[in-house]
Ligand binder design. Structure first.
Ligand code: GTP
Ligand code: MG
Length: 370
């Protein structure tokens, strides 16, 4: 059923929410600003306030764009998507680098992560793992707020000499809220002041009970610096992934999420996209947020051009007409007309919202001055 919150309705009409609440009260219903009302009631109110109503059901335009069911026999297992989280300087980037056996850290300004990278790594057991390195938890939260569920497993990096710190706790809370299993990587055990046992007991306070303490959270003590136990971490990830039975249909139009996007001077808009279902190919018509385009090239994590990217594969997508935003969901659509229909609808919605905000700002200013 179509619904809208009173706050949203007021915003779209540039009216005051209290006036709407008052009108509803006259009809005998008590409401708060955050309450949801049905579309018919909303239409009556809007008309009573002298607005013309054009109802566009989101489902009409966005119908079938995402999450349509896949037949069971089309599902194939896919690589787990792992996000590395943890407190500043606990070794997230070093760990990822060690896993890739490359070295991004030294190339980064001041050793601080400047971007979200996404890469695939082979485990000793033979499977692939997709890693996402986050610059901070803000990106993760933003994606979750926009309904983009990209991560299957969170690897929580805790430095053994520093133990649990504020962003460690934040990461635990993010993982819990997103219902994503944690694997704890106790890092920097090469240091003389490493106290892995303290990390374990400190985590208990946040209801993270490691296996070695009788709990069910997988753990590994490692060193991103010496490389000790890195293969153990990859094994744990693969084991955890097997429990999750991750599957996707590679034989359909692709769907995914923008991990990061930028406007490149030479190449135009470039979006790093995590493919989640289906397979993306050059020539595909794609939409993301209010942008669309035709895939001109797909670049894999090794910087090579590829002619197909399937589930759990991170890939740079060239060919968008504008730059989408991190967290935008991406879909391949049948044709250009469909892409235009969807993005026109979304940009209108965006414009209307902006106008409503501006209008609301003006009237409150007018209120203040009267
Ligand atoms: P931000 O991206 O800034 O949050 O940091 P990060 O968590 O990515 O940490 P980073 O990998 O940049 O490492 C921080 C510092 O710790 C660097 O100086 C690394 O060399 C060092 N470091 C990382 N892992 C280890 C380790 O296992 N042992 C030792 N001794 N040092 C490490
Ligand atoms: Mg980093």
């Amino acid at each position: 059923p179509e619904t809208i919150t009173i706050a949203d309705l007021a915003n779209r009409m540039s009216e005051r929410a209290v006036d709407i609440i008052r009108m509803l009260m006259k009809q005998g219903a008590m409401h708060k600003i955050t309450d949801v009302i049905d579309a018919d009631t909303a239409q009556l109110i809007a008309e009573e306030l002298g607005h013309t109503v054009r109802r566009v059901a989101e489902s009409d335009v966005e119908e079938g764009l995402f999450d349509s069911p896949d037949p069971e026999e089309m599902l194939e297992s896919r690589a787990p998507v792992v996000t590395i989280m943890g407190h500043v300087d606990h070794g997230k980037t070093s760990l990822l680098d060690a896993l890739r056996k490359t070295n991004v850290v030294s190339g980064e300004a001041g050793g601080i992560t400047q971007h979200i990278g996404a890469y695939q790594v082979q485990t000793p057991l033979g499977g692939l793992v997709t890693f996402i390195d986050t610059p901070g938890h803000a990106a993760f939260t933003a994606m979750r707020a926009r309904g983009a569920k990209v991560t299957d497993i969170v690897v929580l990096v805790v430095a053994a000499n520093d133990s649990v710190m504020p962003q460690t706790v934040e990461a635990i809370n993010h993982a819990k809220a997103a219902k994503v299993p944690l694997i704890v990587a106790i890092n920097k055990i090469d240091l003389p002041d490493a106290r892995p046992e303290k990390v374990k007991t400190d985590l208990l306070q946040y209801e993270v009970q490691l296996e070695s303490l009788g709990g069910d959270v997988l753990e590994v003590e490692l060193s991103a610096k010496t490389g000790q136990n890195l293969d153990k971490l990859l094994e744990l990830i693969q084991l955890q992934a097997e429990v999750l039975e991750l599957k996707a249909n590679p034989f359909r139009l692709a769907e995914g999420t923008v991990i990061e996007a930028k406007l490149d001077r030479g190449r135009g808009p470039v979006a790093t996209v995590l493919i989640q279902r289906g397979t993306m190919h050059p020539g595909d018509i794609i939409v993301a947020g209010a942008e669309w385009g035709r895939v001109r090239a797909l670049i894999n994590d090794k910087g090579e051009s590829t002619d197909g990217a399937g589930p759990s594969v991170p890939v740079e997508v060239l060919g968008f007409n504008g730059t989408p935003e991190a967290g935008d969901r991406v879909a391949v659509v049948e044709n250009e007309a469909r892409a235009r229909e969807i993005t026109d609808y979304r940009s209108n919605l965006k414009r209307e919202k902006a106008a409503a905000r501006l209008g609301a700002g003006r009237s409150s200013l007018a209120d203040m001055m009267s």
